[in-house]
Ligand binder design. Structure first.
Ligand code: NAP
Ligand code: HSE
Length: 428
């Protein structure tokens, strides 16, 4: 094997695929001394050969026919960076069953149906790695699966979406409203033409499903992650949070509790002194608490051409070493438990609430009475401003159960004195 080359096929030549192509080029001279074997990019699958030809030096690498790759027995590693569910899923399964190793960045697929792919890899005794699927260039899957394996992980908190972190940073630092900050994120190429997956928290939820599954050794899928985005956050919420010594961040929170796994993605107030509060712009960070290691934080670029390619090439090099030493397939699915997922209604948080109420005697007493009846204990009650039409009050609760907050809001709906529930944001 030492005199041979390991052949690779790349599926997709978009943002990440182009990064992978570039890093493979820049690492060319390093491969032999680093790995003991050279890696050669043999084929690149694209949809439009003319469009892709502008990005590669050798046009003969390009194909628009999957059969050119799946039937080529010399190809050992398939890198999938097309994205989406199909045909990515079918191609990866076919590749594994044909005895090829697979590296992917496809969080959508792994968060929904990762088990099928991992089982196929196990059956085939091949590697299936996906470091790039969570937090782009930040090493987090391998640390969780290997370096931190000696821990019982109790909590993971992540800022795992760069677009929303950029928007919230602009809203915080430049007092922008959400729509203005989103427009800026689009102009700068961070937000996609359809930003729904980012701003509604879906992208972060996929990443948290993957992280929770690995950290707690029990499968969590995308649909089990309670998800709220940042579209309702206003500059006023951020300003009030700052006055209270907090930042607002879109946080993924996963906890391993006695009653089951808690996993959710939503905006949260977080103390400005917490290390995650100073993670700004498009940066990502994952804060992990383990019983042996204590608190540890991973920080870096969560997306982009080269940072994401960095994670993929790490996986490819690992796979190449495993091929060389004939030990592919030894890092399998780590979900050996089946833990329940705790319903959101049972979760306990502190809450920041901003309400518009009629400005007349008895209103505050009525509000506190509803909370009292529903066991929602109040920590702070502040009247923030008064207009001709309403008074604005901000309430911070003690730790209370989500279902009790919901019950209170149901009662508010029938009370004319409550004009609007302007914001309800959990506090970390
Ligand atoms: P992208 O820019 O849209 O690139 C996808 C590429 O795959 C496009 O060139 C597309 O061709 C090609 N493609 C799609 N379907 C194909 C098919 N059936 N056959 C051949 N080629 C096909 O996407 P990306 O941003 O590189 O993301 C790729 C993957 O990495 C996704 O799973 C994404 O979630 C993940 N990821 C991305 C980032 C990031 O920063 N972008 C970070 C972490 C993970 P056309 O150009 O013809 O459409
Ligand atoms: N759209 C993602 C983000 C990058 O903004 O972080 C891809 O995971």
């Amino acid at each position: 094997m030492k005199d041979q080359k390991i052949q690779i096929a790349l599926l997709g030549l978009g943002t990440v695929g182009t990064g992978v192509y570039k890093v493979l080029e820049t690492q060319k001279q390093e491969m032999l001394p680093k790995l003991g074997v050279e890696l050669e990019l043999k084929k690149i699958l694209v949809r439009n050969i003319e469009k892709a030809a502008k990005k590669v030096a050798d046009r003969s690498l390009l194909t628009d026919n999957w059969q050119d790759i799946i039937t080529d027995d010399t190809i050992d590693i398939v890198i999938e960076v097309m994205g989406g569910m199909e045909p990515a899923r079918t191609y990866m399964l076919e590749a594994l069953r044909a005895g090829k190793n697979v590296v992917t960045a496809n969080k959508d697929l792994i968060a929904t149906d990762g088990k099928t792919l991992m089982d196929a890899a196990k059956d085939a005794e091949k590697d299936f790695f996906f470091e790039a699927a969570v937090a782009g260039g930040i090493p987090i899957i391998r640390p969780l699966k290997q370096s931190l394996e000696g821990n019982r992980i109790s909590e993971i908190i992540g800022i795992v979406n760069g677009t929303t972190n950029f928007i919230l940073t602009k809203m915080t630092e430049d007092n922008m409203e959400f729509s203005e900050a989103l427009q800026m994120a689009t102009e700068m190429g961070y937000a996609e033409a359809d930003p729904t997956a980012d701003v509604e928290g879906l992208d972060a939820a996929r990443k948290m499903a993957i992280l929770a599954s690995i950290a707690f050794n029990s499968r969590v899928t995308f649909s089990q992650v309670y998800t709220e985005g940042i579209t309702k956050i206003s500059a006023r919420d951020i300003r009030y949070a700052r006055e209270m010594g907090c930042h607002i961040k879109l946080l993924g929170v996963a906890r391993n509790t006695k009653e089951g796994i808690e996993v959710s993605v939503h905006p949260m107030l977080i103390d400005s002194r917490h290390p995650l509060a100073s993670v700004n712009d498009t940066f990502n960070a994952v804060f992990i608490t383990g019983d042996a290691v204590g608190e540890t934080m991973f920080y870096g670029r969560g997306a982009g051409e080269l940072p994401t390619a960095s994670a993929i090439i790490g996986d490819v090099f690992d796979t190449a070493k495993n091929i060389l030493y004939n030990c592919t397939g030894h890092v399998n699915c780590t979900c050996y438990k089946t833990l329940p997922i705790k319903p959101m209604d049972d979760m306990i948080h502190r809450y920041f609430m901003r309400l518009q109420v009629e400005d007349r005697p008895g209103v505050l007493a009525a509000v506190t009475s509803v909370f009292g009846k529903n066991q929602v204990s109040i920590e702070q009650f502040i009247q923030k401003r008064k207009t001709e039409d309403f008074a604005e009050i901000v309430i911070i609760t003690e730790e209370v159960m989500e279902r009790n907050v919901k019950k209170s809001f149901e009662e508010f709906k029938g009370m004319d004195m409550i004009k609007k529930i302007s914001a309800v944001i959990r506090v970390y």
